[in-house]
Structures are given as C-alpha cells and as structure tokens.
Design a protein around this ligand. Structure first.
Ligand code: ADP
Length: 306
C-alpha cells in the first residue's frame, strides 16, 4: 500500500548548548518530529508532507531546505510576508534541562489562515496527523477551520490521528484547553495520549478512564502511552497491552511520544496490526530515548526494513 501522510503543526528553530558560549542550531517541534519518524519508518512509496506556515526570512528558507533534505514534503507550506519561525532554547543547569520559548508571534500561528491551502492538503493526503499543540497555537477562528477540515477527512474515512500533547502554558485557560483538546479528539479516529499528562490535566484515575473518555468523545481507537510502563491499546473496542523496551541508559526523553506516534502509524498503515505496530513503536522510541536530541537519524533506529 502506498499513500500520503500529512502532519500539521509548528516546527521551531532549536538552540542548544554546544560548549562555552556556543549554541547549536536545529529544527524541531512535536508534529515535525512525528513526521520525521513516520518518514524513517514508512516505505519509500509513501510520501510524508508537512503542513505549516513559515515566513519569508532566511531561517524559513533554511527550514524548508532541512525538510527537503529529510525527504519531508514542502508542497503545502505557506509563506507569510514579514514573519519568521518560532524559536526555543534548551538550557542545561546541573544536568537539568529547561526551555525558553519565543513563539508567540511565529508564522505557524497562522497555519490555518489559508483555509484553501489547508483543504487542498488534507484532500490530497490519506492520513492526517495533528496535536493539541497545533490547536493551542491557533486563533479560535483558525482552530475551528482546522477542526472542520479534519472532521471532513474523518467523515471521508481517512485515518485522522491526534496526540493531545497537553501544554497548559500554551492555552489561555484550563477550560479552553479541555474543551479544544476534546474537540480535537472528537474530530479524530485515533487518539494517542500520554497517560501522565491525562492524569494530571484531565484527572483520569486510570488508563482505562483515559481510553473511555476518548472513546466516548468519538475516537474509535486509542493508544495510551505510559513511558517505561508500556502502552495500552483499544482498537475497535478490543484492549491490549504492549510493554516498553528495556533501555540501558535513558539519555534524553525528548520526542519519545512523538517518535512512538510516527513509528506506530507507519507500521499500522502497512500492516493494520495495532499491537504489532505498538511493539515496533516501543523499539523505535527506546532507541530515541537512548540518544540526544528530538530527531535521531534513521541509521540509529535499528530498522531492518526499508
Ligand atoms: P511522552 O514523550 O509523550 O510523554 P511517553 O513518556 O509515554 O510519551 O513515552 C512514549 C513511548 O516511549 C512509551 O510508550 C515507550 O514505548 C517509550 N519510552 C519512553 N520512556 C521510556 C523509558 N524510560 N524506557 C523505555 N521506553 C520508554
């Protein structure tokens, strides 16, 4: 089977420490990370497209070149005059990482403002992926546009996958966050939450409670990730559990969930075997947490198939 995978969201410039007074520049963001791992794990007859908005500055050009180099499609990326990508910096103090963000005014905030381009992209693709962060950065009006388009895709029978990726700091209030994330889940056919976030922010007392809540909203399938504890799946109402892989030394958990999602979807699209896809995704995510950075090179993921 071949097809087109579309990931919708924001990629930022990432600055991390590279020695005294030196910063290393990279590019990352939850939905881009998932696109990266989907690309790494899908066969070559699948294309992986990224939908976002960028500006007309040099950094936007560099980001486009980076996507192309990674074989991630840029056909549906709008460019906004006078805008630039968002940026974040990772600081390390006593082994603890902290993040500073400059994203309030990023081009990606307007990614759904071009409703025609959004519709064109979603219509052209077979699988749609977006997250709670994608919804959080949009104006109410643009979030409604995006939600309406993904609902159309779901109604047309496409796989629409949503990771709530709960980041309270990005939302104006808890009420808005709860309501909009629930709308995102309702618009999706598959929801991929992380249990620790759901327990803290939605008050779920168990993984079953998370599954039940998202199924009640209308997502037929749910995969609840739970770090080193493994993942619990509910597909067509049938529950199963898939253990995480043992990791010798956890180096950097950035992108664990994003890589799991990309690998899961890639394997699932090819096999329709959800537990098999979760076992594969656990292997990929274990490699990712064993390496530095959000985007681990394909060669280091231990993939055997092309
Ligand atoms: P998120 O990054 O969204 O919080 P999780 O922490 O639940 O997501 O991790 C996603 C997946 O990554 C898990 O389901 C598991 O397969 C893998 N993973 C994360 N942390 C570990 C770990 N310490 N050891 C082994 N696997 C891990």
């Amino acid at each position: 089977m071949s097809g087109r995978f579309l990931s919708i969201g924001e990629c930022m410039v990432e600055l991390s420490q590279a020695g005294a007074g030196l910063l290393r520049k990279g590019f990352a963001g939850d939905t881009l990370n998932t696109a990266w791992y989907a690309r790494a794990c899908l066969p070559a007859d699948w294309s992986v497209e990224y939908f976002t908005a960028l500006g007309d500055d040099a950094m936007s050009d560099e980001m486009i070149a980076f996507f192309k180099e990674a074989d991630i499609g840029t056909e549906f990326i709008g460019r906004i005059k006078g805008k630039a990508p968002g940026l974040y910096m990772i600081s390390l103090k006593d082994g603890e990482r902290s993040f500073s963000y400059w994203r309030d005014n990023s081009a990606a905030r307007q990614l759904a403002a071009d409703a025609e381009l959004l519709r064109e992209a979603i219509e052209a693709c077979d699988v749609i992926y977006f997250s709670g962060i994608t919804l959080a950065i949009l104006s109410r009006n643009d979030a409604d546009t995006l939600l309406a388009e993904v609902r159309r895709a779901k109604a047309a029978g496409k796989l629409v996958a949503f990771d709530p990726n709960i980041r309270p700091r990005l939302w104006s209030s808890y009420d808005v966050m709860h309501a909009t994330i629930s709308e995102g889940a309702r618009a999706a056919s598959l929801v991929l939450p992380s249990f620790d976030d759901e327990a803290v922010h939605f008050g779920d007392v168990s993984i079953s409670a998370t599954i039940k809540r998202y199924r009640t909203l209308g997502a037929s399938d749910v995969v609840v990730k739970n770090g080193a504890e493994g993942a619990t799946l509910s597909f067509d109402g049938v529950e199963s559990f898939v253990a995480a892989e043992k990791v010798e030394q956890v180096v950097d958990t950035t992108s664990a969930g994003d890589s799991f999602n990309g690998a899961f979807l890639a394997h699932y699209l090819e096999t329709k075997d959800a537990p098999g896809a979760a076992a594969f995704a656990a292997k990929v995510a274990a490699r990712v947490v064993s390496e530095h950075g959000a985007l681990v090179a394909r060669e280091k993921l231990g993939l055997t198939t092309s």
